[in-house]
Design a protein around this ligand. Structure first.
Ligand code: SAM
Ligand code: SF4
Length: 332
């Protein structure tokens, strides 16, 4: 079957799937404390998500990341990992992975490894228990640290994702870099993106990574690498620890030229760009018939609408978010 190639010649080979918009945390930059989530009856079943993912695999997608909301709080989600893992074992999916807040990893790390997951991204913005509680509102640092220990024990490679936040963790970066080095984790810093209404103004916490990178360089020896994950981060090796450090800079540096991804929500909407509102419904063609014909033509039509890039701007105080949906709808 033909590959998915967009109007700008970019091959789409990476699918991110938000399996739920719900989460057991309420990170202040991601959600407001009182969120209205989708009724559970609107969600695609796990079997339908598997069918959609399998259709993308047949069209050349070779990397799938499950995310959310918190993917590991969706009931029975391991059955989806297991069925997608079968594609990894057969060799038609190169990588199956997830982005998680880590709170449920103590329970699931070994099973994830057993399903064929090799690397995971775990979000962690502070190593200080009180600060961690304040940023996640409902989280406990100890749960994540236990989860990370289980991930290591299961042989999973871990990359820590930390959102860089002014007056929150900017003075903790050296400690986080040293800790990742000691634990054997790679690390990526992310800029806050203007997605969805939250309880505060994101401009107050916005920390351009260009500034953070210079600060880190004054203390650590960063060597540029050509390492690519199929993601938008710019990677360096921290010479002192031997681990990688990446910077995801959607606002200070536009990474769209090499975009190879699309994002599927748990209700079957396909977003062709994280930073744009356009989406294509895949639920109706999926449910229309047991054959995948209508689904395949809907996917082709969607890819033909993939835009050149996003228009994130965050330096206008009080401005409305660039896109109205929260990151948890389409996943990070
Ligand atoms: N719950 C999981 C987690 O936290 O890893 C997966 C979903 S979460 C939406 C994925 C990533 O998006 C996390 O690393 C989180 O820190 C990041 N994120 C959420 N809202 C963001 C925003 N507005 N700007 C930048 N990153 C954001
Ligand atoms: Fe939940 Fe992840 Fe959003 Fe935090 S960043 S509220 S853990 S979805």
């Amino acid at each position: 079957m033909s590959k998915l190639i967009d109007p700008f010649g970019r091959t789409v080979s990476y699918l991110r799937v938000s399996v739920t918009d719900r989460c057991n945390y309420r990170c202040t930059y991601c959600m407001s404390e009182n969120m209205t989530f989708l009724p559970k009856s609107d969600l695609l079943t796990l079997e339908e998500l598997d069918r959609l993912c399998s259709a993308f695999i047949r069209r050349g997608v070779d990397k799938i990341r499950l995310t959310g909301g918190e993917p590991l709080v969706r009931r029975n989600v391991m059955s989806l990992f297991r069925s997608l893992g079968a594609h990894v074992k057969k060799g038609d999916l190169r990588e199956l992975t997830l982005t998680t807040n880590g709170s449920q990893l103590a329970k699931y790390a070994h099973e994830l490894a057993d399903c064929g997951v090799k690397r995971i991204n775990v979000s962690l913005d502070s190593l200080d228990a009180k600060k961690f509680e304040s940023i996640t509102r409902w989280g406990k640092l100890a749960d994540v640290l236990n989860g990370l220990a289980a991930a290591k024990d299961a042989g999973l490679e871990v990359k820590i994702n930390a959102v860089a936040l002014k007056d929150f963790n900017e003075n903790e970066v050296d400690e986080i870099i040293a800790w990742c080095g000691k634990e054997g984790f790679d690390l990526t810093f992310i800029e806050t993106m203007p997605m969805g209404e939250i309880d505060e103004d994101r401009t107050d916490r916005y920390l351009p990574l260009s500034i953070l990178k210079e600060k880190i360089r004054s203390k650590w020896d960063l060597k540029a690498t050509s390492y690519q994950t199929g993601g938008p981060a710019d990677y360096f090796t921290v010479q002192e620890t031997g681990k990688r450090i990446g910077f995801i800079t959607p606002l200070t540096h536009n990474f769209c030229e090499s975009c190879n991804r699309v994002r599927l929500t748990c209700t079957g909407k396909l977003y062709m760009c994280l930073g744009q509102d356009d989406w294509k419904d895949l639920l109706a063609p999926l449910r229309m018939s047991e054959s995948d014909e209508a689904l395949m033509s809907a996917i082709d039509e969607a890819i033909s609408r993939k835009p050149k890039g996003h228009d994130f701007i965050i330096d206008r105080p009080g401005a409305a978010p660039a896109v109205s949906r929260h990151m948890s709808v389409t996943g990070g």
